[in-house]
Design a protein around this ligand. Structure first.
Ligand code: BG6
Length: 516
């Protein structure tokens, strides 16, 4: 790779309030989709915002031979295609001087030793030590070899002065069950200290997910009612209208439970249900998340009372367009039993939540793309406005819209103007884009920056991931054992009928997600 001795002019006078020290980021799996779609555009946008350190380098690591120039060109194309802001040629020229490629195998220790040499040469040429952020974005089969080789080559334990100067960011999937997650945590522990490790869940980088902490704990009106005395149930929906597309190879091994629920949806649940942390310190927040995950009751899978619903999309209409069924998608095995939808009923056995059902669902090819957390409050005592034929009165609901149309809505009952007393539920609405404008940072911008400065708040700790796998591994084992086929649901619908029946058992029904 060609080393740069220039400081990037666009970084002069940068607002380095987040204080990342001189950095080289090494991305393993650099010729993959994620680097092009998310990581490179995120780095570029951090550059636009003057948030990269003055000495910043990016080494792409991949198995195929690629010249530095060719790699730089592919990164330029990625920025042009996927950046949320248009390309600024000057800025790109400065940034691209620090970009290069290192070809090598993931289990080839020699190649990691060479990588170490390259990093040391860059340090020599700029006359400063660099911290290294290793970003593992390969298929999971390579995770262990990379982590081990980072240890063996001495890269994991690099120091600047007395401080460890290496960090490792690990993409999902973090294991495929409890045993594999533990094994991966063990390999990590053998080579890195926990405060060097950043397990990614990109949902934690979304503005609205971060805002959940602010909404809950920077406002005094919610905390007194955020418990079993006032809350009837909580619904968390992450629905997608897309199908598996070209990812069948990965998805069919994974399914909705592993792909979305075990990580993203459980993170939303943990932030919604955790106790107030004693501070904003990353460990204080992660301690509370682990506690609440551990308080979830094991799920029941008995036929009549099962807490778990599993579905698979069949042909239907999504946004008026015909969509094929999962089994017809390219690359899906004929006899696949993989689910594309999961609905769950969870109980949290602690003082705050005992008796409040948490309903979770996530699926592909659903009616619309909508991620939201809906907190449904208990109805007032039925003394006034209780005659159903006269008054249209619904439960109060607070809806946190994660995406799209990010915001918060409160459903209240109101009098309809007129000479007689009629009522109707109405919405108070706060939209991020109306208040703050659009074009907010992408999740990966925040997460990469946090990893560079060493802030682990928005990353998952080892024990968190194990607590979540512990809950779901028995279900996955049961599915494998029974070879049970998921229930069909029409593409463009809200999932299988059994998911509606699950809530009906408790006298509840799903909200229409994305309806404000
Ligand atoms: C990924 C899943 O983690 O999240 C995908 O692997 C899913 O299957 C994606 O489509 C959803 O993320 P977002 O940010 O588009 O909601």
């Amino acid at each position: 790779m060609k080393e740069s001795t220039d400081r990037h002019p666009f970084l002069e006078g940068l607002s380095s309030h987040r204080g990342a020290s001189p950095t080289v980021i090494v991305i393993f799996g650099a010729s993959g989709d994620l680097t092009a779609r998310k990581l490179m555009p995120a780095l570029y946008n951090l550059g636009v915002d003057n948030l990269l350190p003055a000495d910043f380098f990016f080494i792409g690591y991949g198995r195929s031979e690629l010249a530095d120039d060719a790699f730089r060109y592919s990164m330029l194309e990625a920025v042009e295609k996927f950046s949320r802001r248009p390309l600024d040629q000057n800025l790109w020229e400065n940034l691209s001087k620090g970009i290069g490629f290192h070809a090598g195998g993931y289990d080839d220790t020699e190649s990691f030793v060479r990588l170490r040499g390259t990093i040391e040469e860059i340090e020599k040429s700029i006359g400063r030590d660099l911290q290294v952020v290793f970003y593992i974005s390969t298929p999971p089969s390579a995770f262990s070899s990379i982590l081990t080789n980072l240890g063996t080559s001495g890269l994991a334990q690099r120091r600047t002065g007395t401080k460890l100067a290496s960090k490792v960011v690990i993409e999902k999937p973090f294991g495929h069950d409890l045993v594999s997650a533990r094994e991966l945590n063990d390999v990590i522990c053998q080579n890195f200290a926990e405060n060097q490790v950043f397990r990614i869940d990109h949902y934690l980088g979304k503005e609205t997910v971060q805002s959940l902490l602010v909404q809950r704990f920077a406002n005094s009106i919610f905390e007194p009612i955020w418990n079993r005395r006032y809350i009837e149930c909580i619904q968390i929906t992450v629905s997608e209208s897309i199908g598996v597309g070209s990812r069948a190879g990965y998805y069919d091994q994974s399914g909705a439970l592993r792909d979305m629920i075990q990580n993203h949806v459980m993170q939303l649940l943990a932030l919604t249900a955790m106790e107030p942390p004693v501070s904003l310190d990353p460990e204080a927040i992660r301690d509370e998340k682990v506690k609440v995950l551990k308080a979830i009751q094991p799920l029941c899978m008995e036929a009549e009372t099962s807490d778990v619903i599993r579905g698979r999309y069949v042909e239907g209409l999504v946004d008026g367009e015909k969509a094929i069924g999962y089994l017809e998608e390219d690359g899906v095995p004929e006899k696949s039993t993989t689910e594309t939808f999961v609905g769950l009923r969870l109980s949290i056995n602690n003082w705050r939540w005992k008796g409040v059902p948490f309903y979770l669902r996530s699926g592909k090819r659903m009616a619309r793309r909508a991620s939201e957390i809906a907190v449904q409050f208990k109805c007032p005592p039925g003394i006034l406005f209780s005659e159903k034929d006269k008054f249209d009165v619904g439960p109060n609901v607070m809806v946190l819209r994660i995406q799209p149309d990010e915001g918060l809505a409160l459903v209240l009952n109101s009098k309809v103007p007129g000479l007689e007393t009629r009522t109707q539920p109405v919405k108070m609405n706060f939209g991020y884009s109306t208040t703050f404008g659009s074009n907010t940072p992408e999740a990966y911008e925040r997460l990469i920056l946090d990893a560079m400065v060493g802030d682990g708040t928005l990353f998952i700790r080892g024990d968190e991931t194990e607590a979540s796998w512990k809950l779901f591994t028995p279900i996955l084992d049961e599915w494998t054992k029974s070879d049970q086929v998921p229930e069909d649901y029409l593409s463009g619908s809200w999932g299988p009928e059994a998911a509606d029946a699950l809530l009906k058992q408790n006298g509840h029904e799903w909200r229409i997600a994305g309806s404000g």
